[in-house]
Design a protein around this ligand. Structure first.
Ligand code: C2E
Ligand code: CA
Ligand code: CA
Ligand code: CA
Length: 279
């Protein structure tokens, strides 16, 4: 048993080593990636459940590493968040997303808002709102064409900071979405005061819809709450017909998920919009 324990410890230590070295090369190579245009942005449509129209697109970063191939954001975004790299990454993604939004408008493609994920560290910069507003102006976009996705946990931890950073943007007409809703344990009274326009129900609640009565109850409650607070509700991670049926019955406004489309490169997204994503 002792030897067994030692073996387990050795494997555990090896895993830690591996993780540390992965963090090290990711941090190093990400700097190069940012400087040499290895990052791309893919877009996943958000559809209105009633009309089936594309109401917007979430911008999701992708990294094409020259030797290692595609690296998913769950591997490098957290590493970037441990340093200031996330600020440069966030700005680069936002810039690409705005440029793309502008191109689509120039092509006469109605895609609503482009939604960009924002990390805590970005909001800590006093200049965040000015940077975003200046970028909108530079691309000739209206603030209404942009949405920022902020995770619920962020509001729980640093509500005052978040509010200060977002107030000028909301005043200008930028929409704010509460991302991963349901995973951050916000109290109901805190929710009432959150400076957000949209609530995105986390995929973990959508998965069991129609199969687990508890999931239905949670989603029903969230939708009722959002209604009362005058916010739109988006369900993320919708994969099945059954989930869509339940969401429609419960009065959800918008859906996003593999059922309609995976995150797509800009050209593929444009084709999808033209052909009409099916809701
Ligand atoms: P998120 O913001 O919750 O984004 C949704 C994730 O769920 C995306 O993964 C998307 O591809 C995936 N997804 C969408 N529909 C479905 C579905 O039907 N089934 C399943 N299983 N998954 C679905 P992705 O692109 O790998 O991104 C993962 C996370 O990385 C994002 O989660 C977000 O937290 C972060 N991220 C991505 N891009 C950025 C970025 O530009 N900035 C920041 N700060 N974070 C980003
Ligand atoms: Ca998101
Ligand atoms: Ca999310
Ligand atoms: Ca999520």
């Amino acid at each position: 048993a002792k030897a067994d324990g030692r073996g387990r410890w050795r494997r555990y230590a090896a895993t830690l080593d591996q993780e540390a070295s992965e963090r090290a090369w990711i941090g190093r190579d990400l700097r190069t990636a940012l400087a040499s245009g290895q990052l791309e942005v893919h877009y996943q449509p958000r559809l209105d459940l009633r009309t089936g129209r594309t109401e917007g697109a979430e911008a999701l970063v992708r990294w094409r590493h020259p030797e290692r191939g595609w690296i998913p954001p769950v591997r490098f975004v957290p590493v970037a968040e441990e340093s200031d790299l996330i600020v440069a990454l966030g700005e680069q993604v936002m810039n690409m997303a705005m440029a793309q939004r502008r191109r689509w408008r120039d092509l006469g493609v109605p895609i609503g808002r482009v939604a960009v994920n924002v990390s805590a560290r970005q909001l800590q910069d006093a200049g965040f709102a000015d940077t975003v507003l200046a970028m909108l102006a530079r691309h000739g976009l209206r603030p209404q064409e942009l949405e920022l996705e902020i995770t619920e946990s962020l509001f729980a931890g640093e509500a005052a900071l978040v509010e200060r950073a977002l107030a000028p943007l909301r005043a200008a007409g930028v929409q704010v979405a509460l991302d991963d809703f349901g995973t951050g344990f916000s109290s109901l009274s805190a929710l009432r005061h959150l400076p957000v326009d949209v609530m995105k129900i986390d995929r973990s609640f959508v998965i069991d819809l129609g199969q687990d009565p508890d999931s239905d109850a949670v989603v029903r409650a969230v939708i009722a709450l959002a209604r009362d607070l005058g916010k739109r509700v988006v369900a993320e991670g919708v994969e099945t017909e059954l989930q869509q049926q339940r969401l429609r019955a419960l009065g959800c406004d918008e859906v996003q998920g593999y059922r309609y489309a995976k995150p797509l490169a800009p050209e593929a997204f444009l084709e999808g919009v033209r052909a009409g994503f099916d809701a």
